[in-house]
Write a protein that binds this ligand. Structure first.
Ligand code: B12
Length: 282
């Protein structure tokens, strides 16, 4: 059993190591607090749009949307990488090649896991996959509880430094470390909601879920008006419109480059200098 002092030292070592490995943001959340969160609770109540080609085949053996938690998992290490508008290629899918942002997250995860296993041989370490259906967790909620920002009106994690232009991953460990969140940061109060107005599919134009009907106090995009099916329609369109390009930083071969819509990220004024609407049409 580690003392409170030892666990605090361990926490600061882990946070420092994640940054050293390249994370732009990192925090710790209590696994007990993450269990059965609003995203997981909403799934059985989702309407015509809970399954689409973005929802991978279930390999956990659990119902769709349910999270698999390892029995001894106690703390989630949540880490992220900034994906600024000036570096859109970080989010591009080139053929079957993982976007550079995903690669960076994978490298951080690998290095952090190795560090943890070498430094604390008694510790169980569980890197979580991206898809909940394959054993992942709901990352925005984990990031919120780790103090990395709030879930904004655009239904995304908004980080005070980088806005929503971040990608996150998590790793669970079998030690209870002091959580680093949540924080009271909330930039959406009083904002003009540029993010919603710029959605090419008007995915935020109708209320899909209410607090009364779902019994949830946290709804998608806060007001229950994020329509996943409309968002999927845009992303499917992006796939269909993907052009064959030669991008030497990816490959010397001509490959199909998919650039998914990011208007709800790019239009958010948090963490960027200006709010020029036309800039979002990248
Ligand atoms: C499946 C998925 C998709 C699907 C469905 C999205 C959806 N929301 O249903 C599709 C393909 C459509 C999609 C689209 C996008 N996605 Co996506 N997606 C995911 C994935 C794998 C799971 C999300 C999910 O199913 N949520 C379940 C549904 C039911 O919940 P929800 O809609 O999020 O609503 C809940 C929350 O909002 C929560 N909530 C609201 N307010 C509050 C407040 C508090 C305090 C709490 C605790 C909770 C809470 O309650 C709601 C439930 O009632 C995550 C990765 C992961 N493992 O978490 C990435 C993820 C959410 N996606 C991401 C991104 C970037 C995108 C896109 C911008 C596309 C792109 N270019 O990558 C769009 C943005 C859509 C949007 N505005 O929400 C990022 C978000 C980063 C960020 N800053 O938040 C994630 C985290 C992946 C990553 N690599 O980091 N995505």
């Amino acid at each position: 059993m580690r003392s409170y002092r030892e666990r605090c030292t361990m926490a600061s070592l882990i946070l420092g190591k994640a940054r050293e490995c390249g994370a732009d943001l990192v925090g710790l959340a209590d696994v007990e607090v993450l269990k059965n969160g609003p995203s997981e609770q909403l799934f059985p109540r989702m309407k015509d749009h809970s399954r689409d080609h973005f929802a991978a085949r279930i390999t956990t053996g659990l119902p769709h949307g349910a999270v698999f938690w390892e029995e001894d998992a106690q703390t989630a290490i949540v880490y992220g990488v900034a994906h600024p508008q000036e570096k859109p290629e970080m989010d591009w899918w080139c053929g079957g090649i993982d976007p550079p942002g995903n690669k960076k997250l994978a490298q951080i995860g690998k290095a952090l896991k190795e560090f943890l296993q070498e430094t604390y041989p008694d510790l169980s370490v569980y890197p979580k996959l991206y898809h909940v259906e394959k054993g992942g967790i709901y990352l925005k909620e984990a990031a919120y509880w780790a103090g990395l920002g709030c879930i904004g009106r655009n239904n995304l994690l908004i980080n005070p430094e980088f806005g929503p232009r971040v990608r996150v991953r998590a790793m669970l460990i079998s030690e209870k470390l002091p959580a680093t969140g949540p924080s009271s940061f909330d930039p959406c109060e009083g904002c003009e909601e540029y993010c919603l107005k710029g959605c090419p599919q008007k995915a935020f134009d109708q209320v899909i879920y209410t607090k009364e009907e779902t019994g949830l106090s946290h709804l998608p995009a806060r007001e229950g008006d994020y329509y996943r099916k409309a968002c999927v329609a845009e992303m499917t369109k992006n796939e269909a419109e993907a052009k064959i390009q030669v991008l030497p930083q990816f490959s010397d071969e001509p490959l199909k480059v998919t650039k998914y819509c990011r208007n709800c990220e790019f239009l958010c004024p948090v963490g960027r200098k200006s709010v020029l609407r036309e800039e979002a049409n990248v």
